[in-house]
Ligand binder design. Structure first.
Ligand code: HSE
Length: 297
């Protein structure tokens, strides 16, 4: 028995919704093939050159499968072949894709006996291995599609939102930002006045998404808590953001924990223009970058 799946990249946080909001996008995506084995071993194969570990206990997909195997007391194992197009460490949900793809694929091979919440529960073991934190803001949209709200990750309570018809532009500059470092530098306390502004933005964004109120989405994409601290890790962040907004982006910011930056736009031409601007900012300082123009998936 085997299954082939495409697993989408995801943009976590959506600027103001740190650890609670996320969206799946069409491009890039990973390809995964999972096979059920008669013997209990878990075999991980990569058809790419990122040098990710293949020892199942050190591999994001591997730990998810180990936990599923343990949960069902399976005598069978899995062979997983991963063709990664979502670059590890990009901030575009590469580890979440492996984790969610493993949970989704295994569930399909085992007769779909897991609920969406259970798939998320198992996939979070992969995120924990990758970043040290059981966060679901990339995994949830990866499994549900579209935009999701993680109302709570323990107990798991996911609210799928609607999918506005918008273009997503992302630039991935080739600098390293580890999620664990990008979390460590955050302040543990938040000023009440900042919290009030932030929850106004989150509420505005969620309402904007549900009502398809595009201007409301645009003016809610502000982050007064995380972005001012994390953006210092990303070269030219302010310039990329300013040029994108001047070129007609609705809004945007850091994708996940970075270093990718994403912007939303209503029109394809605007999105493509922003992509060119983003690339030229990094070309100027001789930092290689990859740009993606996509839609919410
Ligand atoms: N919400 C997480 C963070 C996403 O911003 O740290 C990391 O992939």
């Amino acid at each position: 028995k085997k299954i082939k799946i495409k697993v989408p990249a995801t943009v976590a946080n959506l600027v103001c919704g740190f650890d609670i909001l996320g969206m799946a996008i069409h491009e890039p995506y990973d390809e995964m093939e999972l096979k059920l084995l008669d013997t209990p071993e878990i075999i991980i194969k990569h058809e790419d050159h990122f040098g990710l570990p293949e020892d199942p206990s050190q591999n994001v997909a591997g730990v998810v499968l180990q936990n599923i195997q343990k949960h069902f007391q399976l005598t069978q194992g899995f062979e997983v072949t991963i063709r990664k197009h979502i670059k590890p460490g990009s901030g575009l949900g590469s580890s979440a894709a492996s984790a969610a793809g493993a949970a989704f694929g295994a569930n399909a091979l085992l007769g779909n006996s897991l609920s969406d919440e259970e798939m998320i529960h198992f996939a979070m073991f992969g995120e924990e291995l990758a970043s040290g934190v059981r966060h679901a803001d990339n995994i949830a949209p990866c499994i549900y599609g579209g935009i999701t709200l993680v109302k709570s990750s323990s107990p798991i309570d996911i609210i799928p939102l609607s999918t506005p018809d918008l273009f997503v532009v992302a630039v991935h500059p080739q600098v390293e930002v580890k999620t664990s470092d990008a979390r460590q530098i955050l302040k543990k306390n938040v000023l009440l006045k900042d919290a009030v502004e932030q929850w106004g933005n989150i509420a505005g964004l969620v309402v904007g998404i549900l009502k398809n109120d595009i201007p409301l989405i645009g003016r809610s994409l502000n982050d007064v808590i995380i972005e001012p601290i994390r953006s210092i890790l990303i070269p030219k962040f302010d310039e990329v953001k300013m040029k994108s907004l001047e070129a007609g982006a609705l809004g945007g910011g850091i994708s996940g924990s970075g270093p990718s930056i994403f912007m939303l736009a209503e029109k394809k031409e605007t999105a493509e223009h922003i992509a060119r601007l983003m690339k030229s900012v990094y070309d100027e300082i001789e930092i290689e970058s990859f740009v993606y123009v996509s839609k919410i998936n």
